[in-house]
Structures are given as structure tokens and as C-alpha cells.
Design a protein around this ligand. Structure first.
Ligand code: ADP
Ligand code: MG
Length: 705
């Protein structure tokens, strides 16, 4: 076994159906596990066993269909450009020939048409051969049959009634369309290129007390690098000396620089604005945040949106259906004694119906949408999440760390009994030191501030969703919320609890097995952009709920400040997913926003899971969307982006598909008996070329939305 997954550029694809054909053929090969072909990026990602098959074997399989996998990247824009340069003057001559019936054209046109069809139009003729040999028809087959028919008819009838001009104009416009499409397809991938361009090439590394400049791939984990003001931080790491403000906008999309000091985490390719920093490198190569972001964006851009599966199904029956319609059209016109009209309609139908732009409609929009999101610090895992997010009408948010900053502070300590405040803090901090809950960090921080040394503890235990317990000097202590108090069957002083909760403070009750020994109030501040984000979501027609394990009065207080519609409080972590299910049963499409740690089940249950990505952990598995930098205002931005992407896809599908269907009857000559209107095949060719271009341009336009 020698399993490999590689991405190859594919040469020879002309249409969407090529992609599914290549996939089918390759997956039939022994040793090929799976294959994903993306027409928009012209890439094939193949997972295969290199001990059983090879790239040349794969190429042998698809070569007869006119495709090949490239081991190195090369965009085949070059030959297209040459063809375009030849076809433009030929189109102009053809247009002249339509109005100016001189004998020069009579001899010139057949020659030009022969060149157009057999040299420039070779891929379409190959499409006919493929159709005859392998019974696979695609968009090329339609164009090939159409133009070859027009050509042969002109040649055989040898009359003044010839369609050489039609052959030239159709092939000319389709070639121009493909050329423009290839160029703009290069542009849709720009986001990745921009991300790659962010990487620093060299770094100053500290070796044997000396600063030396080395290429970035020579740096290893635990190396100390020096970053001067104005320089890029080369790799992910931790500041070991110095402080500065750091521009992280390229990663998080946040324009305000972040202040950082010793022990803070820094991200590679962000920019150090002021101070000189010494940084211990923690991640290199593929593991860095930027590499992970790039990988994630690439995967998402190549993934299929559910709407695309539908488009694929339609196009699979579309091609044969069009062939049948064209033949029936021809037969009817011949039967009523108008064979010339029959040929024109036959060619017109084949050409206008060809939904070449089909395969571009969805992927180009996804590529641009996902890329633009990434530039705004919104990481989208796959196209499916993007599509589903567009329909979300209820957003559920975790409280701590999502709506609030997640860095709470101890504000009140009310002691019952004889212990001093300091003693209480010492005991509680000794316990909380073993917990990672934000509340625990607040207590430990307070003890540190007061320079209190801590006890050793035994039998520490986390009490999920309730608090914790541990033993100090043979006495068992408990700290946590009202659920924990109820478990121990104590009665709390309601007045104290209410007073704390009314100010949005979380009450932590500190107890022994026998009694309550203190009430501690811990306050967390609301994020600066929380109110604005909730408002923006409301304006987009989305309801907002808060889901938390915290006290319901505390939660309600914060919800009121932020303007949240619904509060779901005092929920155990395991029940968070159930609360999401309840909302879904009410008929809502739910997105859950959380910190991704104890919220994982809820994130997975929701229609779309959204993680607040802070620090350097990008790949939050359970989330479909990750908002980098922890800012909530990205949420409405992401909604708008997913909506505009889906709108673009639908418009694209119309341009690629809808208007062809409308024009098929016109091309077939339905209007001819009544109004004398027939769609000229030359115009049909032009329209088709333009439809591909308009689809790609429409997707690129997403960048400006
Ligand atoms: P949330 O993330 O919404 O706060 P959790 O399930 O993590 O939900 O915690 C639920 C509640 O349990 C907290 O609001 C707090 O009251 C209590 N709790 C959890 N861990 C601790 C802890 N280490 N110290 C004190 N109370 C805790
Ligand atoms: Mg939590």
C-alpha cells in the first residue's frame, strides 16, 4: 500500500459533463480510491494507491476521451489566444460576406470555414468521434454536430445558399468565449494567491547569540526569531521578549491592531507595528495557521454545493434531449418541404441549447464567495455550509466567550462564617487552578493579583455544567452554580444571588459538605460589537437566542443589554444539542455560534455550526464556519456573503440554462410561420459564447458585494 492524494491540473475539459466523465473513468481503475474533478479550477484531486496504478495509467484511460492529467501546472490559455487572433478577422470577413455578395467571398469562405472547423474547431469534431465511439455526448458534441452539418450542407448543395459564415461565426464566438472564460477563471483563484503571497520568505533567527537571516523553511520549532518593527512575523509562535501592537488584519480581517506582550501567541504573516520582538517558533510548514487557512479555503473552493448536484443531474439528460429535439425539428421542416429551414433550425437548436456555461455557474461563484470570506476572516469549511447558511433564520449564541469577552473578573466576595476574604480566595483559587472554565481563570487571576500562594489539593473533579470539587487538608470543598447547591441540598440566600445576577454577575457558591461558606460574584464584559451584530442580524430577518449554562437571571440581564430575543439558560452541556433540536422542530433553520469546546455537540446538531476562532486553532472540526479573531460583527457579514453567493449562483444558472431553454423553440422555428422570425445560428453561437463569459463575470462581480 502506498496511498497518495494528489491534485492535478486537467487539460482538455470543455464542459461540465467532462468533469463527471473523467471522474467515472478514473474511479473504475483498480487502485483509484476516489476522484474529485472541478471544472472551474480545471483540477482533479485523485486519491490512489501508487503501488497499484500510476499517473500514466490514469492518463491512458482518459486520453482516448481527449483529456490528460498534468504533472505540472500549465494553463492552456496560449493556443486559445492564437486561435482568437485568427478568428476575429475571420468573423469580420464573414459578416461582410453576408451583405456583400461578391465572388471573392464565394471562393474565400469555404477555405476559411474549413480552417475554422478542422483546426480551431477540432475539439468539437473530437466530440463527435467520442460520441460515436463511446456514446458519451457533451456540450462539445452539440457544437460539433451543428457546425459539421452546416459545413457539409454548404459543401454538398454547392449553391448560393451556404452557411460557411455560420460555421466561422459559431466557432469564432465560442472560442472567444472560452478564451475570456479561461482568463477570468484564473482570476477567480486570486484569493488563494493573495493568501500565499502573505508568507514571509526569510526570517532573522537567533543562533549562538547571533542574528542571522535564513530562508523560512530552514527554521525549526523552538527556534528564536527576531522581528523588528514594521516586519512580518515569519511563523506562528509565542512572544518571549518585548511587546508591540500587531496588525492581524490579513488573517482576522480586523483592522484594529492587537496589543501583545510576553507569553502571548502570535500568528505568522501578521505584521509587527512597533516594538522589537523575540518569538519562540511553535509551528512551521503545514502546521501554521496560514497554511491551514489556505488548505481549508482550497478544499472549500473545490467542494460541491448541493445545488450543483441538481445542476449536474439536469445537464446529464439535457444533452441527449437537445439532440432529439434538433432531429425532430429537422424532420418536421423536411416533411413540410422546407429542408433549408430545417438545416438552419437544426444547427440553431444544437448551438443555442448547449449549456456550456452550466459547469461554471456554481463553482466560480463558490470560489469567489469562499475566497472573499477568507479575506474577511471568515473561514468556510465547504460549499454546503455556505448554501445552508443562506437559509438560516435563527442564530443561537453561547454566552461566555461569544457574546461576552470570556475574560471575567471577580468583583464580589461575600463570606459567611469566620473565614477571612483572603482565606476564601486562597481555598477557592487552589481548586479553580485545576479547571479551564473562564470563571476559574478569573478566580486564579484574582489570587495572583493579591499574591496569594495556593494549597495543594487532592481528589479534584470537574462537575460538568455545575462546577467542581476537591479536597484540601482533608476537607472537601465544592464550588459552582445553583444546580450544584441543589445537589448538596443547601438553601441559598436568594437575596444575595438576585443582587449579583441583576448586575449581570455570575454567582459562584463556595461550599463544604456541611454548609455554604461564601458567595462570589464574577462579571464578564460584553463584546464591543455584540449589540451591533445582533441588530444587524435582526435587520437581516434573523432571530437571536442565547444558550448558556449560567444562571438565568445573569443570562437575562446580559440578553437585555444586547437585545437578544430568547434566553435558554441553566442548560447542561449535554442538553445544548437538544435545545437546538427543539428550535429546529419549531421550523427554524438554526446556526449555532460557540467556542467549539464544550459546545461541539450543539455545533454539529445545528444546520450550520459556527466557531469563534481565537488563538491559533483554526481547524475547529465541528464547525462549518469559523470566525477568526473572535469578532461577532463577522456574523452578519457572513450571512450577507452567503446570500449574495447563492443569489449569484441562481443568476448564473439562469444565464447558463434558463435562457437557452427559452430560445430553443425560437431556434427550432416555432415563430417562423407567424412572424418570419428564426434565430440565426450565427447569433446563437455568439449568444452561447457570451453566456459563459457573463456567468464568470457575474461571479467575479461578487468581489464587489
Ligand atoms: P457555559 O459555557 O455556558 O458557562 P458550562 O457548562 O461550561 O456553560 O458551565 C455551566 C455553569 O457551571 C457555569 O455558568 C458556572 O455557573 C458553573 N461552573 C462551571 N465550571 C465552573 C468552575 N470551574 N467554577 C465555578 N463554576 C463553574
Ligand atoms: Mg462554555
Amino acid at each position: 500500500m502506498n496511498k497518495l492524494t494528489k491534485t492535478f491540473p486537467v487539460v482538455g475539459m470543455h464542459c461540465a459533463s467532462c468533469a463527471s466523465l473523467i471522474k467515472k473513468r478514473l474511479e473504475k481503475l483498480d487502485g483509484v480510491e476516489s476522484c474529485v474533478v472541478n471544472y472551474a479550477t480545471e483540477n482533479a484531486k485523485v486519491s490512489y494507491d501508487a503501488s497499484k496504478t500510476s499517473v500514466s495509467q490514469m492518463n491512458k484511460e482518459i486520453d482516448k476521451l481527449g483529456y490528460s492529467l498534468q504533472e505540472t501546472h500549465s494553463m492552456h490559455e496560449g493556443p486559445l489566444k492564437r486561435h482568437v487572433q485568427i478568428m476575429i478577422p475571420m468573423i469580420i470577413i464573414s459578416v461582410f460576406s453576408m451583405f456583400w455578395k461578391i465572388s471573392l467571398f464565394h471562393y474565400l469562405m469555404p477555405i476559411l470555414a474549413t480552417y475554422a472547423l478542422f483546426v480551431v474547431g477540432a475539439p468539437y469534431l473530437k466530440g463527435i468521434i467520442r460520441f460515436i465511439k463511446y456514446h458519451v455526448a457533451n456540450m462539445d458534441t452539440l457544437v460539433g454536430i451543428g457546425t459539421l452539418t452546416a459545413y457539409l450542407y454548404s459543401l454538398l448543395s454547392n449553391s448560393k445558399e451556404n452557411y460557411y459564415d455560420v460555421v466561422i461565426v459559431i466557432i469564432g464566438f465560442i472560442t472567444i468565449g472560452k478564451f475570456l472564460e479561461a482568463r477570468s477563471k484564473l482570476k477567480t483563484g486570486e484569493a488563494i494567491k493573495k493568501l500565499l503571497g502573505l508568507q514571509a520568505k526569510n526570517a532573522l533567527v537567533l543562533r549562538d547569540g547571533k542574528e542571522i537571516e535564513v530562508p523560512i523553511d530552514e527554521i525549526e520549532v523552538n527556534d528564536i526569531v527576531i522581528v523588528k518593527p514594521g516586519q512580518k512575523i515569519p511563523l506562528d509562535g509565542i512572544i518571549i521578549e518585548g511587546k508591540s501592537s500587531i496588525d492581524e488584519s490579513m488573517i482576522t480581517g480586523e483592522s484594529i491592531p492587537v496589543d501583545k506582550k510576553e507569553n502571548d501567541i502570535v500568528i505568522g504573516s501578521t505584521i509587527n507595528k512597533q516594538g522589537s520582538l523575540q518569538i519562540k517558533v511553535t509551528k512551521i510548514g503545514e502546521d501554521t495557521m496560514l497554511s491551514q487557512i489556505i488548505k481549508m479555503v482550497e478544499v472549500a473552493q473545490g467542494s460541491k454545493a448541493p445545488i450543483e448536484a441538481l445542476a449536474d443531474k439536469i445537464s446529464a439528460i439535457f444533452v441527449p434531449a437537445v439532440l432529439i429535439i434538433a432531429i425532430i425539428t429537422l424532420l418536421i421542416w423536411v416533411l413540410v418541404g422546407m429542408p433549408t429551414l430545417g438545416i438552419l433550425s437544426f444547427v440553431g437548436v444544437l448551438v443555442i441549447a448547449c449549456p456550456c456555461a452550466m459547469g461554471l455557474a456554481t463553482p466560480t461563484a463558490i470560489i469567489v464567495g469562499v475566497g472573499k470570506a477568507a479575506q474577511n476572516g471568515i473561514l468556510i469549511k465547504n460549499a454546503e455550509s455556505l448554501e445552508k447558511f443562506n437559509k438560516v433564520n435563527f442564530v443561537v449564541m453561547d454566552k461566555t466567550g461569544t457574546i461576552t469577552k470570556g475574560t471575567p473578573e471577580v468583583t464580589d466576595i461575600k463570606v459567611l462564617g469566620s473565614r477571612s476574604e483572603k482565606e476564601i480566595l486562597k481555598l477557592l483559587a487552589s481548586l479553580e487552578k485545576h479547571s479551564e472554565h473562564p470563571l476559574a481563570l478569573a478566580v486564579v487571576e484574582k489570587a495572583k493579583e493579591k499574591k496569594i500562594s495556593l494549597h495543594k489539593i487532592d481528589n479534584f473533579m470537574n462537575l460538568e455544567g455545575k462546577g467542581l470539587k476537591g479536597t484540601i487538608n482533608k476537607v472537601e470543598y465544592y464550588a459552582g452554580n445553583l444546580k450544584l447547591v441543589a445537589d448538596l441540598k443547601f438553601k441559598v440566600d436568594e437575596k444575595i444571588i438576585r443582587a449579583l445576577a441583576k448586575e449581570g454577575k455570575t454567582p459562584v457558591i463556595f461550599m463544604t459538605k456541611k454548609e455554604i461558606i461564601a458567595y462570589i460574584g464574577i462579571a464578564d464584559t460584553i463584546k464591543d460589537d455584540a449589540v451591533e451584530a445582533v441588530n444587524a442580524l435582526h435587520q437581516l430577518g434573523i432571530k437571536v437566542a442565547m444558550l448558556t449554562g449560567d444562571n438565568k437571571h445573569t443570562a437575562q440581564y446580559i440578553a437585555n443589554l444586547v437585545g437578544i430575543d430568547r434566553v435558554i439558560a441553566e442548560v447542561l452541556p449535554a442538553d445544548k444539542a437538544n435545545e437546538i433540536k427543539k428550535l429546529q422542530k419549531e421550523g427554524y433553520k438554526v446556526a449555532m455560534v460557540g467556542d467549539g469546546i464544550n459546545d461541539a455537540p450543539a455545533l454539529v446538531t445545528a444546520d450550520v455550526g459556527i466557531a469563534m476562532g481565537t488563538g491559533t486553532d483554526v481547524a475547529i472540526e465541528s464547525a462549518g464556519i469559523t470566525l477568526l479573531g473572535g469578532s461577532l460583527s463577522k456574523l452578519p457579514k457572513a450571512v450577507k456573503l452567503s446570500r449574495s453567493t447563492m443569489r449569484t449562483i441562481k443568476q448564473n444558472l439562469f444565464w447558463a440554462f434558463g435562457y437557452n431553454i427559452i430560445l430553443i423553440p425560437v431556434a427550432a422555428g416555432v415563430l417562423y410561420p407567424f412572424f418570419g422570425i428564426l434565430l440565426n445560428p450565427a447569433i446563437a453561437g455568439a449568444a452561447m459564447g457570451l453566456s459563459s463569459v457573463s456567468v464568470v463575470l457575474n461571479s467575479l462581480y461578487l468581489v464587489y458585494k
